[in-house]
Design a protein around this ligand. Structure first.
Ligand code: 2BA
Length: 109
């Protein structure tokens, strides 16, 4: 068994969770915050048998969209870090960031 940790955008999560649970996959949903944007996102823990991994990854890919957003960062060329020295940058968020971990044991008591 593998533990798939998927960080997805809040806008995608309801469709994704429905698509996965409709297929019988079990999910734990955590409310999380991205370190860079400091905005809410969602982390899903999905325990999945190896033979189902490709299907789960494909469902995630279908339901998680890339989106462009703008944020501001401190201008690296500015001499001080005052707020007036911030510059806007365009970034693309998503579709999904996925960590795949081998599970030693899966126990339900
Ligand atoms: P955030 O940390 O809020 O990052 C949001 C987006 O900002 C990222 O999208 C990326 O496009 C950009 N970004 C992040 N760090 C950056 C940096 N140092 N310089 C320039 N741009 C930067 P994604 O890559 O799609 O990541 C979406 C969310 O997935 C992240 O939200 C974070 O919560 C998580 N994540 C991504 N990579 C991770 C990692 N290696 N470890 C832990 N969490 C990760």
């Amino acid at each position: 068994m593998k533990l798939l940790i998927a960080i997805v955008q809040d806008a995608d999560v309801n469709f994704l969770v429905d698509a996965l649970t409709d297929k019988g996959y079990r999910i734990t949903k955590l409310a999380t915050t991205g370190g860079f944007l400091k905005k809410g996102n969602t982390t899903l823990l999905i325990g999945v048998e190896e033979e189902d991994l490709d299907e789960v990854l494909s469902i995630i890919e279908k339901n998680c969209k890339k989106r462009n957003t703008t944020t501001t960062i401190i201008n690296p060329t500015a001499e001080s870090s005052l707020l007036t020295n911030t510059v806007p940058i365009d970034i693309t968020v998503g579709g999904a960031t996925i960590f795949l971990i081998d599970v030693d044991k899966y126990i339900q008591l």
